[in-house]
Design a protein around this ligand. Structure first.
Ligand code: NAP
Length: 377
């Protein structure tokens, strides 16, 4: 197979940049960007702009305004689809436009894709080029939630923590509002808006009475765009007067209970508008696995896990944390019983520790934001 040229790399990099523009708007769909070019000249650009809307390839071809595309190359950050979904197959649009060469940055791991689109194009005489490692890696990073969900059926999980300089996430009295600064909290609201769900344990729901909606500064989020709120609450203790339940009519709320929950309590939550899921399993990590399987089957591809320490520890033990973003704040809490960020079983040996694949930091207001990617999909 032919390899990508330097010109190909320039256009493909641009396609990856364009894909970013869909962030927060395409939800469970992948972020995809596309460029149509000939002899180094860009004829059209496009990206997947909104969930259910035309795909990037179709938008890039439409941006060429019906011009002759003979001899043009299509650059696309993800393998083109060949199935009829909410929109017609992109392979059809590419063939109808007369495009003779397609350069892609990354594969699509969903069962209905996985090379099928490329096979159809090749059979029709279209030359296919696949990018080298660097660009492929960048394109894969764009779509970690989509990729994990396609490969495992479970959502990609981002653990967010706000921690004091002495490694605590709440005082000995259980107060944690607020450890991180205003700018950090705004950043977290953006993440909520970008992901499909926000998850907390009932301990946090009862201690903080949060609403868990996305309220990013300067960019109002409609109720349809709000992430689903999910509370892990084995015994259905969440009060029907809590802010979470009170807003269940406007923003979806799921309560994950165990078989031990009393029927009267789950009925009351359902009557108030919450969805109730029953997680099965003998212990907390097993019930995390059962719940994330069910959330994935509902089409949730990504979730922001906002704690607290006990639920986050169970997710770690279950192997279900994909990335950690930790705000380290310049305050000291002290106190022997002040809370550590992660509980659960943990590991006995350092050799068994989960080691980050990548580790970065940046300053956000007065805090440090430390990001660690644990898995790559
Ligand atoms: N600084 C931060 O970033 C941050 C973030 C969040 C919270 N916090 C603080 O953390 C404290 C609350 O944390 P927490 O550890 O007490 O509570 P939590 O982790 O929010 O909730 C734990 C509870 O969730 C329930 N649960 C249901 N299914 C579970 C499962 N599979 N695995 C584990 N737990 C499950 C359990 O209660 P049942 O057995 O009754 O179901 C468990 O006691 C508060 O003080 C809050 O302010 C700080």
């Amino acid at each position: 197979m032919a390899s990508a040229t330097d010109t190909d790399r320039v256009h493909l990099r641009r396609a990856i940049e364009l894909a970013e523009r869909g962030r927060g708007r395409v939800r469970s769909n992948p972020l995809v960007g596309a460029v149509v070019a000939r002899d180094g000249e860009v004829l059209g650009e496009g990206w997947h702009e909104r969930f259910g809307g035309p795909h990037a390839e179709v938008n890039a071809i439409a941006a060429c305004a019906g011009g002759d595309l003979t001899g043009a190359t299509l650059y696309v950050s993800l393998e083109p689809c060949c199935h009829e979904g909410k929109t017609p197959p992109c392979t059809d649009a590419i063939l109808q436009a007369g495009i003779g060469r397609v350069v892609i940055a990354s594969d699509d791991p969903t069962e209905k894709a996985s090379g099928r689109g490329l096979g159809i194009l090749r059979d029709e005489g279209v030359e296919i080029v696949i990018a080298d490692d660097g660009l492929e890696g960048m394109a894969r990073m764009l779509n970690q939630p989509f990729r994990k969900h396609a490969r495992t059926g479970r959502p990609w999980v981002l653990l967010k923590l706000a921690m004091s300089l002495d490694g605590k996430v709440a005082t000995q009295a259980g107060d944690s509002q607020w450890i991180s600064g205003e700018e950090s909290r705004m950043r977290a609201h953006r993440w909520r808006a970008d992901l499909d769900a926000v998850i907390v344990g009932v301990g946090t729901a009862m201690a903080d009475d949060p609403e868990l909606t996305a309220r990013p500064e300067g960019a109002p989020v409609t109720s349809e765009q709000q992430p689903r709120r999910v509370v892990f609450d084995s015994l259905a203790r969440l009060s029907t007067t809590s802010r979470l339940v009170a807003s269940a009519g406007e923003v979806p709320l799921t309560v994950v209970v165990s078989r031990a929950a009393a029927r009267a309590d789950t009925d009351a939550l359902q009557a108030a508008g919450a969805q109730v899921l029953v997680a099965t399993g003998e212990n907390e990590p097993a019930r995390v696995c059962s719940a994330v399987d069910q959330l994935g089957a509902m089409g949730i591809t990504s979730a922001l896990l906002e704690g607290g320490p006990r639920l986050a520890g169970a997710f770690l033990d279950a192997g279900e944390i994909d990335e950690v973003r930790l705000f380290l704040a310049p305050i000291l809490l002290g106190g022997r019983t002040a809370r550590d960020p992660l509980e659960g079983q943990g590991v006995e040996l350092i050799a068994d520790a989960q080691r980050a694949l990548s580790f970065d930091w940046e300053r956000v207001g007065d805090d440090l934001l430390i990001s660690a990617r644990l898995r790559e999909w």
